[in-house]
Write a protein that binds this ligand. Structure first.
Ligand SMILES: *Cc1c(COP(=O)(O)O)cnc(C)c1O
Length: 370
């Protein structure tokens, strides 16, 4: 089986992990946490990095740091992972959805302005599958209407919009270092920001809102979202060769594109001329005239030894949110189409050229009904 994700490590991860064990620094108090935060923030081009236990935690604590009022609204795409909506809801706020646009699969910016109400306080653009959201119009609108922008940059480490790194453009951004992400610490995440006021709140929130001056007296409710030194050690090892990781990821994406760009029946994620994407995953969407859906194609590929993953199930179609009375009767046709007709091919860091060849050959056969 060619796995949908296989990470790639070197001796350096091992070496730094051994250091943690030998020195006894395994908790979040260890020195790699700060070093990883500094390396990552510098890479993104922002002042502060606050490491946390996951990308989901980064979004939750990021929203919490804005200190909005119960019932305030945050605009986000329907086509994303549940972490985004969860972070909003768990902070007592209301997620307001927009559809995706059909080329890059990112949120449709033309739908954002219409969703702004007096209660709207923030926009959460999600850079989908390695391709940046077109940030200028979004930032302009946010500025004009006095809204925060919190980027979900979990899938775009190193991607650029007009030469600016994803994660450096909003007031804050959340990254994930889950095992299938471009930089991984197994589990982990980070909030990055230029705002030292926000970073101070974030540091406090991730650590139970302990106070430096009176440790066990609390003025606010926080979380234990701390990253361990063990995780950060793996992160430091990855950041030391980040250029190499990005080069490999982009090479994989381009190899897939060479083989698939002229194949009938599928479309790939568009690449805008202002974007430097990082091809976090290599997704395909089946044309309407292909007589099978993504689930059927996935099972055929699986029979041939190629593991795939379906695309996101849109937020407005989630049973839990329906049960909560959210998004009832709302429809976002592009997201729905992507969910039914999209899947992604093996895209892990360890993927080889030979495996890409095999995957593409099987995909082409399946599309021909062979
Ligand atoms: C992976 C991911 C997350 C969540 O990150 P975890 O570390 O798995 O909690 C959030 N948003 C997006 C867009 C993601 O791809």
């Amino acid at each position: 089986m060619i796995p949908v994700n296989e990470p790639a490590f070197t001796e350096r991860e091992k070496e730094l992990l051994v250091q943690c064990v030998e020195t006894g620094w395994i908790s979040s108090e260890g020195p790699f946490v700060r070093r990883f935060e500094e390396m990552f923030a510098e890479f993104v081009g922002v002042k502060h990095g606050v490491a946390v236990s996951s990308g989901t935690a980064a979004l939750e604590v990021g929203i919490a740091a804005l200190e909005l009022e119960t019932g305030d609204e945050v605009i986000m795409p329907s086509f994303t992972i549940i972490s985004c909506a969860m972070a909003i809801i768990r902070n007592g706020l209301r997620p307001v959805l927009v559809d995706s646009e059909s080329k890059t699969w990112n949120m449709d910016l033309n739908q954002v302005a219409d969703k702004i109400t007096p209660r709207t306080k923030a926009i959460m653009p999600v850079h989908i599958y390695g391709h940046p959201v077109e940030m200028d119009p979004l930032l302009e609108l946010a500025e004009e209407r006095g809204l925060y922008v919190i980027e979900d940059a979990a899938e775009v480490h190193g991607a650029e919009y007009k030469g600016r790194k994803c994660g450096s453009m909003g007031h804050m951004a959340a990254f994930s270092f889950y095992a299938n992400k471009i930089v991984t610490t197994g589990e982990g995440g980070m909030v990055v920001t230029d705002d030292s006021h926000l970073s101070g709140r974030l540091r406090s929130l991730r650590n139970l809102c302990f106070r430096p001056e009176r440790r066990f007296e609390h003025q606010k409710l926080g979380y234990n979202f701390r990253m361990t030194n063990l995780q950060a050690a793996v992160g430091v090892a990855q950041m030391e060769r980040i250029d190499e990781l990005l080069k490999r990821k982009i090479w994989q994406g381009e190899e897939y594109r060479k083989r698939l760009k002229n194949i009938d029946g599928i479309k790939l994620q568009a690449v805008k001329d202002w974007a430097r994407p990082v091809y976090w995953i290599n997704g395909i969407v089946l044309h309407d005239d292909v007589p099978m859906d993504a689930f059927e194609l996935a099972s055929r590929l699986s029979e041939r030894g190629v593991q795939t993953r379906p695309f996101f199930r849109p937020m407005h179609e989630q049973p839990i949110f329906q049960k909560m009375g959210l998004f009832n009767e709302e429809h976002y046709p592009v997201s729905e189409q992507l969910a039914r007709r999209g899947l992604y091919l093996p895209s892990g860091m360890a993927l080889t050229e030979e495996q890409i060849d095999t995957v593409c050959a099987h995909l082409i056969d399946c599309l021909k009904g062979k």
